[in-house]
Design a protein. Structure first.
Ligand SMILES: *Cc1c(COP(=O)(O)O)cnc(C)c1O
Ligand code: SF4
Length: 391
């Protein structure tokens, strides 16, 4: 058995990294942005206001394929297209398989509904005891703070919710959720996600954080966001000094490809890390984007370089219209196999499947216990060599 799982020397060699991927172009090289003032470009509100959501605009940035054109036309009514100029500037105009492009531009494949796909695969709506709250695990809750994101990812698990609909900005709309947290003393960890919480203005997000922090039994706060990747301009000195007041507060950042780890993104992550905010990553395993071990390894190494600790790799949830992104589970297990032992333990995240129907995150990975009986464990190491541990 061990022979089948061992990674050969030759395979290890084939994991050698490609040269560092360079930026394709500067934004001024894109005709519609050539006159944009760098101060505007650095203004996150400008980035949000100038997001690309039409066929006309995107076709000035990349050479669209018929699949993309059709996908964009069909996306109205479904989760809309919205791409920050920053993200658009990273896309390869000539390569439809560009990982940044595939995550952001809809294609016709989205209108195909796969056999096991669902609207709400993780049954979050069912486990919601109050508006905007998901309570699945005993000691922690997920708080859905907004439905807006800087960019709408085509593989989004919450595509049933997210989009640029009008939201009420009534500051009391979370009262029931806060009341639920307050009355449930087991809740020691609150994960503020969405949508993307960083789409809220500083004072609105701070108001929400304060209400959660005011609950005495909440020890630990987390924010889940993609903004440092899709809109790094949002991480301003004012924002960071607001956030650091609420320590311990961790930030989990959604990264999928090494090309997302740009110098600009590093600046944003540095600001957070320099303020003592621990950073973790969340990655969705996506076919043709990060499903090769050397690409994933490159991403994880880049993350450590910017002080982001890899946390989870998710199997792409069976949400409607995402079949073209999903890989077999064996692909994810093989990625972990090629990481563990071969590189820094800090670079190895946990690969999880969110149990369809509300099972929560279930870790899946290579099996290192070959047999176990009477105080004797037979184990294999990352090279496939066999060891016996006696209890
Ligand atoms: C992911 C998630 C959490 C947090 O889980 P951890 O494993 O602690 O990161 C909490 N609640 C819900 C509903 C989740 O999906
Ligand atoms: S940032 Fe997150 S919530 Fe928003 S579209 Fe992307 S995956 Fe969905």
């Amino acid at each position: 058995m061990s022979n089948n799982i061992a990674v050969t020397e030759k395979q290890v060699e084939s994991l050698q990294l490609p040269p560092v991927i360079k930026r394709i172009r500067d934004y001024q090289q894109i005709s519609i942005y050539k006159d944009v003032n760098p101060l505007d470009w650095e203004d996150w509100q400008w980035q949000v206001k100038n997001r690309i959501s039409t066929l006309e605009a995107i076709s000035q940035i990349v050479k669209l394929t018929p699949e993309e054109e059709q996908g964009i036309k069909k996306a109205s009514g479904r989760m809309m297209m919205a791409i920050t100029p920053y993200w658009a500037s990273l896309m390869d105009p000539d390569d439809p398989n560009c990982p940044l492009r595939r995550q952001a531009i809809p294609t016709v494949a989205e209108s195909h509904i796969g056999p096991h796909e669902m609207r709400d695969p993780c049954a979050e709506d069912r486990d919601s005891p109050a508006d905007f709250l998901v309570h699945r695990y005993p000691d922690r809750v997920l708080l859905l703070s907004t439905e807006q994101c800087a960019m709408y990812c085509r593989h989004c698990t919450r595509r049933r919710l997210v989009g640029d609909k009008k939201e009420t900005n009534n500051p009391n709309k979370f009262d029931k959720a806060i009341e639920y947290i307050r009355s449930n003393r087991k809740i020691r960890d609150v994960l503020i996600s969405g949508g993307d919480p960083l789409m809220l203005e500083d004072d609105v997000l701070e108001g929400l954080i304060q209400k959660v922090r005011a609950v005495p039994h909440v020890e630990f706060l987390r924010i889940g966001t993609r903004v440092p990747v899709s809109l790094p301009q949002r991480i301003t000195p004012a924002f960071v000094s607001m956030l650091k007041k609420y320590s311990p507060l961790f930030v989990s950042i959604h990264f999928n490809h090494p090309r997302e780890v740009t110098r600009r993104c590093k600046v944003a992550c540095d600001m957070l890390a320099d303020s003592g905010i621990p950073l973790g990553s969340q990655t969705v395993l996506l076919k043709g984007i990060n499903d090769r071990p050397y690409i994933m390894r490159k991403l994880l190494h880049e993350l450590l370089r910017i002080r982001v600790r890899p946390y989870y790799i998710y199997q792409c949830d069976p949400v409607k219209g995402t079949q073209h992104f999903r890989t077999p589970v064996a692909v994810g297990i093989n990625i972990i196999e090629k990481l563990r032992g071969h590189t820094s333990g800090y670079a190895v995240p946990t690969y999880v499947i969110d149990g369809p129907g509300g099972g929560g995150k279930i870790p899946v990975g290579p099996n290192y216990v070959l047999s176990q009986a009477k105080g004797k464990y037979v184990l294999r190491n990352y090279k496939g060599k066999i060891y016996t541990y006696l209890e």
